[in-house]
Design a protein around this ligand. Structure first.
Ligand code: PMP
Length: 419
């Protein structure tokens, strides 16, 4: 009997022994194509030799050089290097361990910097499971239910979910911006609003891009009212959408970028970036923790950037993403219960539904289980688990995309007569 807490259930039955590139292997050496990437984390694939080498070398030098006591080379080098990737004038980086922690870092900073309390977040956004991050999250009630009341000072605005509304982009954008303006008149006056927090491409709710007009409308309102714009790039950033930051699809420069997941190829590391002038407005001693910017994690992050540059991973995400979209759209047209296919680059969601109001999580669950039996690992998301999510590593090859879609196709064909 396992003594592992049932609180942390697993979506697959696989017990992983080792991994390489896009593949993981169990202890009987069964191979699985890993199109989950540990929830969008292993961008350089499993155990990329460049990352492994950097980690091994760093582990022999110093592991824990506590970052509010001393500095260390990998952290200093990483902050310099990350700045080269940041949009606009963002020139200062603060590290922590997880996505949720980085969201909280950003929240404290914007409250300090503006002297305002409220934050506007969006329907369907996911920002984490710690109390403040969960208070900013509405991807599904499972993240919030049973432990209300949540943190105060959060207002939710509509996000242009085209599929759910059944509207085109123009109509959804106009509606959402109009509602946002109404929120400023009814729920949080601009002078009480510290920040607008958004995933430019929503992940957990089901791979909805915000759209250019919507993002620009937000940036415009932020400028007008002295509100800070925070981009949660934890899942969509670091190349996954086919651009380094998903914001680049929308020509918007935020005040704060939050990153994690793909940053360190699986080592726990997260960061926020802002201008130094903004960072200086945070209260001294209000941020930080015991483990942030771990030296081995920072070495892994530096090696991750080496791999990104040497292997052109962002471009690969773009091309392999197009291939994956094309291949999946053929399947989608073949089965009536495969509905909308959305996302950008290597972050796609396939709705298993008979329409926006008739999700079929039952079929989605059988599909992912059948795919697993054929050696393909996939996750689900959406409010009822009706969306199959496609998150291969950014090193994925053309042949591996074909292989994964073929396995999924075979699983769908097997299931179809039983539905
Ligand atoms: N923001 C986004 C957009 C995410 O996708 C996630 C994780 N799925 C988080 C925040 C929270 O990150 P973590 O699980 O590392 O706390």
């Amino acid at each position: 009997m396992s003594h592992l807490s049932p609180l942390l259930g697993q979506s697959s039955k696989v017990c992983v022994d080792h991994g390489k590139g896009s593949w993981v292997y169990d202890n009987q050496d069964n191979a699985y194509l890993d199109f989950t990437s540990g929830i969008g984390v292993t961008s350089t694939g499993h155990c990329h030799p460049t990352v492994v080498r950097a980690v091994q070398e760093q582990a022999g030098k110093i592991i824990h050089a506590q970052y509010t006591t001393v500095t260390h080379e990998p952290m200093l080098r990483l902050s310099d290097r990350l700045i080269g990737y940041m949009p606009g004038e963002l020139n200062s980086v603060a590290f922590s361990n997880s996505g949720s922690e980085a969201v909280e870092t950003a929240l404290r900073l914007v409250r300090h910097a503006t002297g305002r309390a409220n934050v506007i977040s969006f329907h369907g956004g996911f920002h984490g499971r710690t109390m403040a991050a969960a208070s900013l999250t509405t991807s599904a009630t499972k993240v919030r239910t049973g432990f209300h009341p949540m943190m105060a000072g959060v207002v939710f605005a509509p996000f242009p979910h085209l599929y759910r509304y059944g509207w085109d982009e123009q109509r959804a954008t106009d509606f959402c911006l109009r509602e946002l303006d109404e929120i400023f008149k009814t729920q949080t006056a601009p002078g009480d609003t510290a920040a607008i927090l958004i995933e430019p491409i929503q992940g957990e709710y089901g791979y909805y891009p915000a759209g250019k007009a919507f993002m620009q409308g937000l940036a415009e309102r932020c400028r007008q009212h002295g509100i800070l714009l925070i981009a949660d790039e934890i899942q969509a950033g670091y190349g996954r959408s086919g651009r380094f930051w998903s914001l680049e699809h929308f020509d918007v420069v935020p005040d704060v970028v939050i990153t994690a997941k793909g940053l360190a190829s699986g080592f726990p590391l997260s960061a926020i970036a802002a201008t130094e002038a903004l960072m200086k407005k945070g209260y001294p001693g209000s941020q930080g923790g015991t483990y942030g910017a771990n030296a081995v994690a920072c070495a892994a992050a530096l090696a991750t950037l080496d791999v990104f540059e040497e292997e052109s991973l962002v471009a690969n995400a773009r091309y392999r993403g197009e291939q994956m979209y094309q291949r999946l759209s053929v399947l989608r047209d073949r089965h009536s219960w495969m509905d909308d296919l959305r996302g950008k680059g290597l972050m796609l969601g396939l709705e298993i539904a008979d329409g926006p109001d008739q999700p079929r999580p039952d079929i989605a669950a059988r599909l992912t289980a059948a795919a697993e039996a054929k050696g393909l690992l996939l996750l689900r998301c959406g409010t009822s688990g009706q969306i199959v999510r496609w998150l291969p590593p950014l090193v994925v090859t053309e042949a591996e995309i074909d292989d994964a879609v073929d396995r999924f196709d075979a699983a769908a064909k097997e299931l179809a007569p039983t539905l």
